[in-house]
Write a new protein. Structure first.
Lengths: 353, 353
């Protein structure tokens, strides 16, 4: 599909394919790990209030108030914060600015499938380290010369989390390269590595407001790390797009960190629903990997993943299935509201009867 | 300021420096070419209406409805439209996807200063073609092997516009490379090259909603070209960030193209104010380049640009001054409201007395 006008370096790219965003509103949508609950009412109010005449003006290019809100929340300095248009944009800049050393970047064979896409985009070599037989990350397997290490914690699509001690082991063993911990799902039950940032100048933690703060539609992500690493991200960002966050996103992001009570209540609710969903799925004959995220990774002991995915879709329940050989028996199921989860279970009950 | 963790390829980057976004609200802000009038009330209403519970969901990754609105407005196909987070992001993807051929990209020596920044970011060689002695682009000067040509039309910061015949000459002379026409300011009096897109598979036109549609704070830009070129941009975008436009920006963008009466009235108003401002500046001893944009590029016959810039700033009027040797006598002055322009003129009158 390319033509001679395309830059040679992009001709072989295989873009990331995001989960489907169906137009049908009646689907039970459990396929892209969105929060089943709405954002905080304070966020919606802040966004509406920001939708005024000032939209004619550029946003503050450094989104300083948003950075300050994140820094205050996490007890760090604003100079240790980088913000971007979703954590996907943040990660893109991370690969470009910090992981392009001509040496292979290491990440698990089963993880967020955007990582190899970024590598191809910037011409970075990579090496996939197999998960263990029980689908966990073993940090001792991350060895040898590398251009950086990228781990999702909890990992996606498995949901398995690493303890901070394991991450610290990695930081000590690889002091010369950057270790990126992608904490997109951390608020649903894993330990954040942000407290380690002060101690390790090679640690970069990436988070998003898309999942635990229910703002996938507002595009807000951030990275936390030593100011030396943040400077690299600023340099690339300011050579790419001065204002990736619009005025409304900035207003919403600030409000999201202000309403902590809402955040805590909703993430507890999702975690409680997850445990109930695990019980129901196990009862139906699924093996469910231990999850510290807002999704479950589960395989049925008899029925194939692709088959269940298609059958659920016909029944109006959308989950995600990956055609990767090692995990093609699994379904990735976002934890929904109680009602959504009940519809999923009812659909599975009738399919498996 | 870099450290060993930085990717070698980014260590020499010199980021773009956007115009200042001061916190002081009492400044007469004529420094970043924002529209002096607010966005359409229909845009604000659409954005507020979109600030609902659906923000928990990812945006449609291809922003299809926004693309359709642009296509309908310009009488083209949606497959000829690419959208992005402001035209700066669109341009970044253009340099990466279409201009990286190992041959120098050509652009004027005096133009949007982000172009060489993109070249450095992606390791693209470039060659600057001097403007003529009266600060115009002469398309006949764009000759020889190249990896693409980028022209702002009207040019920035000069404001001078090229006729479509000149652009067509360029398209014919360089059929093997992509010609990018950056039309950030086109709605203030220049001719858009969009009607040429059907005929020339090497033409890419880039526009923004930041200026003529008064939406700098919402981050919306787009490119129009043959589907073959758009495919390259999609490939890079989908290898970088699946959802650069949030749900509110998409809603606002669609509404902006729907309210054409407002758009026409406001851009006429800005153009009329521009002409009045030219007259007043000439009366004060300025030479003003002919402008088809929402700004003027003007030098005083006696007083230095840097001096006037500083003096105006002390008086609460912010304009822009570039320390580039060839243009350092000039000020770039955004056309404001009648009141803002009157304050500028009053400040200049007292400075020049």
């Amino acid at each position: 599909m390319s033509n001679p006008y395309w830059s040679p370096c992009i001709r072989g790219l295989e873009p990331y394919v995001p989960g489907e965003q169906p137009r049908r509103r009646d689907l039970v949508k459990l396929n892209t790990n969105e929060n089943p609950y709405p954002p905080s009412p304070q966020v919606l109010a802040a966004v509406r209030a920001a939708a005024d005449e000032s939209l004619r003006l550029y946003p503050p290019p450094e989104a300083d108030e948003f950075k300050a809100a994140i820094a205050t929340y996490h007890g760090i300095e604003a100079s240790q914060v980088f913000v971007g248009n979703g954590s996907d944009e943040v990660l893109a800049h991370v690969f470009h600015a910090l992981l392009n050393h001509g040496r292979p970047v290491l990440f698990p064979d089963i993880t967020y499938s955007f990582y190899p896409v970024y590598c191809r985009l910037y011409g970075i070599p990579w090496r996939e380290i197999p998960l263990t037989s029980d689908y966990c990350i073993a940090v001792a397997d991350y060895q040898g010369t590398n251009g950086g290490i990228v781990l999702a914690n909890p990992n996606a699509p498995t949901g398995c989390a690493l303890p901070l001690t394991a991450i610290e082991e990695l930081l000590v063993a690889h002091r010369d390269t950057v270790v990126v911990i992608d904490e997109a799902y951390v608020d649903f039950g894993a330990q954040s590595a942000i407290p380690l940032v002060r101690q390790y100048p090679n640690l970069l933690v990436v988070q998003t407001l898309s999942k635990s703060r229910a703002l996938a539609g507002l595009r807000l992500g951030f990275a936390v790390g030593d100011a030396g690493l943040i400077g690299a991200l600023d340099t690339v960002k300011n050579s790419f797009n001065s204002y990736p966050l619009d005025r409304l996103a900035i207003a919403g992001g600030i409000a999201a960190f202000a309403d902590d009570a809402y955040f805590q209540a909703r993430r507890s609710q999702v975690m409680a629903s997850r445990e109930a969903l695990v019980t129901a799925l196990v009862r139906l004959g699924f093996e469910v990997l231990p999850s510290a995220a807002n999704f479950l990774f589960a395989r049925h002991r008899e029925r194939a993943g692709a088959e269940l995915f298609e059958a659920l879709r016909r029944d109006g329940v959308l989950v995600r299935h990956f055609k990767h050989p090692r995990i093609d028996r699994f379904l990735r199921i976002t934890v929904g509201t109680e009602t959504q989860n009940a519809r999923l279970i009812a659909a599975l009950e009738s399919l498996l009867r």
